[in-house]
Design a protein around this ligand. Structure first.
Ligand code: ATP
Length: 335
């Protein structure tokens, strides 16, 4: 029995997680889904966006599926809290082109890995004065976390048979923090040259441009928290948008798997959310759980439905509902 925490959240988070569970129920694996709360609706009920109980449940299960939440002003971000509490130090966002999807590029296959526990997302902020006219955010970079994420990126390159790892930083301006990140990266890179992995680095501003004009050049990108968040949304835009962008948050013990998109209040309740990002996140979860037979089968079913382009949601130019697209993927899976 594989225990999975499910955090449905708000808006389309609830809709896509139901689609994901329907897919998992088609496998011959034995899952025990444990529902936990987080997000805006949870805040209205419990006066917290992330109850202690949710953290306790997520810590006990090897994997959590996270739908999406609507953020609550002045309250803690549930996903950032979960990443820190579970020490999910690596955030992975694959960027892959799919046949049949109208996108800027049709030949991309790289992965963005970002340090997930520190940087500008440390949530250490304060006002300098009583009038609250000067606000300060601390950007924490440690050698330990920088080396850990660099090592993770090189290991991922080896396990996925990739050849190059690119570090993204802004060490010409942020000399201490990003200086340390870059130095830690090359310290780790030294032990991978003999394994045939190339290492290079770019400033984040240049990287934003290169992603737009020559994204084929990249293989594995490793960077800090905020830069990774921004660059991976840019990269999602190159291959068909948020409806297709999955992600994983990985630690030594657990993983949380979530679509990159948010709760999309504009389409919530209409039943037209694209379930692909969630279902691709589930394939990442299955890989993490060493169930790659099913992750490959599910990815193949998704690819077929996308390339047929007959049963796809409106964001991909179709007219199908979430539930219809999910059923089409299930039909492919059962062929
Ligand atoms: P939030 O405040 O929860 O982040 P948002 O609307 O600001 O919500 P997203 O949820 O990421 O941000 O959505 C951005 C845009 O992308 C919206 O127009 C939304 O409709 C669209 N979108 C996001 N996810 C999907 C999806 N799975 N299927 C279809 N459209 C989507």
């Amino acid at each position: 029995m594989i225990k999975i925490t499910t955090i449905h959240g708000d808006g389309i988070g609830k809709e896509v997680i139901d689609a994901g569970i329907a897919i998992l129920e088609e496998t011959d694996l034995n899952f025990d889904f444990i529902k936990a709360e987080a997000g805006y609706e949870c805040f209205q009920k419990n006066e917290t966006t992330i109850p202690e109980e949710t953290l306790k449940i997520a810590k006990k299960t090897p994997a959590t599926l996270f739908g999406a939440i609507t953020s609550t002003p002045n309250e803690k971000s549930p996903i950032i809290t979960l990443r820190k509490e579970l020490d999910l130090f690596a955030n992975l966002r694959p960027v892959k082109s799919f046949e049949g999807v109208n996108s800027l590029y049709n030949d991309l296959d790289f992965i963005i890995i970002r340090e997930n526990t520190e940087g500008l997302y440390s949530q250490i902020e304060s006002f300098e004065d009583k009038e609250e006219t000067i606000a300060i955010a601390e950007r924490v970079i440690t050698k330990k976390a920088s080396q850990r994420i660099a090592k993770f990126a090189f290991e991922k390159a080896i396990s996925d048979n990739r050849k190059k790892v690119t570090c993204v930083h802004k060490s010409n301006v942020l000399k201490k923090t990003d200086g340390l990140f870059k130095k830690s990266f090359y310290n780790i890179a030294n032990s991978y040259f003999s394994k045939g992995i190339i290492a290079n680095d770019y400033y984040v501003d240049a990287m934003a441009m290169y992603l737009a004009i020559k994204p084929q050049e990249f293989d594995v990108i490793v960077t800090t928290n905020l830069f990774g968040d921004i660059l991976s949304d840019e990269a999602a835009g190159l291959v068909g948008g948020l409806g297709l962008a999955p992600s994983a948050n990985i630690g030594d013990k657990n993983g949380i798997f979530e679509p990159v998109h948010g709760s999309a209040p504009d389409i919530a309740g209409k039943g037209i959310a694209n379930p692909t990002a969630m279902i691709l996140s589930i394939t990442m979860m299955l890989d993490f759980l060493d169930e790659s037979y099913w992750s490959k089968k599910i990815e193949l079913a998704i690819k077929t439905v996308l390339s047929d382009a007959k049963v796809v949601t409106p964001d991909l130019g179709g007219t199908s509902k979430t539930i219809e697209m999910t059923k089409a993927i299930i039909e492919e899976l059962n062929k």
